[in-house]
Design a protein around this ligand. Structure first.
Ligand code: HSE
Length: 444
């Protein structure tokens, strides 16, 4: 069979990894796909750099639209990123009848509904394994391997930059700002790390997992997003003393009322495998009613790990190219006409409706009755306390200090009730600083 012809839009880190993996493993890939997969055209603004990666045998152009207009190209691989030009090019490629492979989580989390609809109408595939957790085949696992299950929840460390920062904060006892600078110096964090550290990148990925886990449309606008910028080294230390690690988790969960979709720092019991995922590694835990809990671990970014996912998508497309589109796995795992209805039956819940447990750190005046007053307000809001830790005032504020930290772990509570109780506690004259609230996930 004729090799499938691939055009790359962008040949940076992931593009060059894709080219190299396809070159190196071409014999095995052909045996698996049933036909060759050849990159025959590359568009990149930096044509000289592109030529230095692909050599003379591949046509290099500066204009991505030349790739899309080429009738010989069967698949367009979009590796530009972002919502701007990438969105226009993906829609144009679909309109031109090309299959699309993309690593662009931001694009799909925000504009996925429009893009998948256009692809379905045109009978082409939009594949995106590389968009979530890089080299970990979590899209494949959720869409295919776990297809028998009613998925109950998914929780993942799906941003390597923040996991690296949190690991360093714990290992070295440093605060966020110091570690971020070090991460940037080492090249782990982007020069503008906003999407990573504010949780946006993880929320894009959680949004995609939520859609394919529960058969609902992508709804990034309904995700709750909180990053790691306000985490203090002290909280990581106190969490450790209580038997927990703090991780930035992307969580999506089925409840009686709807779907939870949230990204925020979370206390996780130190004995869970996912709590021990260190550095820039990613991991995703999926709980299905039939299979129970499964764990997927690996590199969430990088040239060849991400290329591993891109090439897997190319192999799927090579096998299906020319087949009836009805035979391909639905883009969001569920038949597309069932998604919209599910979006109403299973709404994404506002954060106030989320039920979880909490870690609270409250800086207080070290005087009689303060703890009783705070626990009284929690009890009044129906919030049950699981554990209390009080630091020595000297340890918190230095010798002779009259302030101390109260650390309180609660049982499961509705977030709206916690908001109300914390507003009251914050108003007490003996509470001396903004209260730190970190959600706690037992993941059992
Ligand atoms: N910036 C991401 C991370 C990788 O740090 O995991 C690409 O999604």
């Amino acid at each position: 069979m004729k090799p499938i012809q691939v055009g790359l839009l962008g040949i940076g880190t992931v593009g060059s990894g894709t080219f190299n993996v396809l070159e190196r493993n071409q014999d095995e890939i052909r045996r698996r796909a049933g036909r060759g997969i050849e990159i025959t055209m590359v568009a990149d603004l930096d044509t000289e750099r592109a030529k230095s990666v692909v050599g003379d045998k591949v046509k290099v152009v500066g204009d991505a639209r030349e790739v899309i207009a080429n009738p010989g190209i069967d698949v367009v691989v979009e590796l530009i990123g972002g919502y701007g030009i990438a969105k226009a090019l993906v829609l144009e490629a679909i309109a031109a009848g090309k299959h699309v492979v993309t690593a662009n989580k931001a694009l799909l989390a925000v504009h996925g509904t429009e893009i998948f609809k256009a692809a379905a109408e045109k009978g082409v595939i939009v594949a995106y394994e590389a968009a979530v957790a890089g080299g970990i085949p979590i899209i494949k696992a959720l869409r295919e391997g776990l297809t028998a299950n009613s998925i109950q929840w998914v929780a993942g460390i799906i941003n390597g930059t923040t996991n690296f920062i949190l690991s360093e904060m714990r290992d070295k006892g440093l605060d966020f700002d110091v570690v971020l600078k070090e991460a940037q110096r080492l090249g782990y964090a982007e020069a503008d790390p906003t999407f990573d550290i504010e949780g946006v990148d993880a929320a894009h990925k959680a949004t995609l997992m939520s859609a394919i886990a529960f058969g609902i449309p992508v709804q990034f606008d309904k995700a709750y997003v909180e990053g790691i910028t306000k985490l203090a080294g002290a909280d990581i230390k106190y969490a450790e003393q209580l038997g927990y690690r703090i991780k930035l988790l992307g969580i999506t969960k089925r409840t009686d009322k709807g779907i939870e979709l949230r990204v925020h720092p979370s206390l996780v019991p130190a004995k869970r495998l996912i709590a021990n995922v260190e550095g820039a590694m990613n991991a995703v835990v999926v709980n299905g009613d039939a299979v129970g809990t499964t764990l997927y671990y690996g590199k969430g970014a990088g040239s060849e790990p991400t290329a591993s996912a891109v090439v897997a998508d190319l192999v799927d497309i090579a096998r299906l190219h020319g087949a009836d589109p009805a035979h391909s796995v639905p883009a969001l795992a569920f038949q597309s006409h069932t998604l919209a209805a599910a979006g109403h039956e299973l709404p994404v819940l506002p954060m106030a409706e989320v039920v979880t447990s909490y870690y609270l750190r409250i800086r207080v005046a070290d005087e009689a009755g303060v703890l009783a007053k705070i626990t009284g307000l929690l009890a009044g809001a129906g919030i049950s306390i699981d554990a209390v830790l009080q630091r020595e005032a000297d340890e918190v504020g230095g010798e002779g200090s009259t302030q101390t930290d109260l650390i309180i772990l609660t049982h499961d509570t509705r977030e709206g009730d916690m908001d109300k109780a914390l507003a009251e506690i914050q108003g007490l004259p003996t509470v001396l600083a903004p209260i730190t609230r970190i959600r706690k996930e037992e993941l059992n």
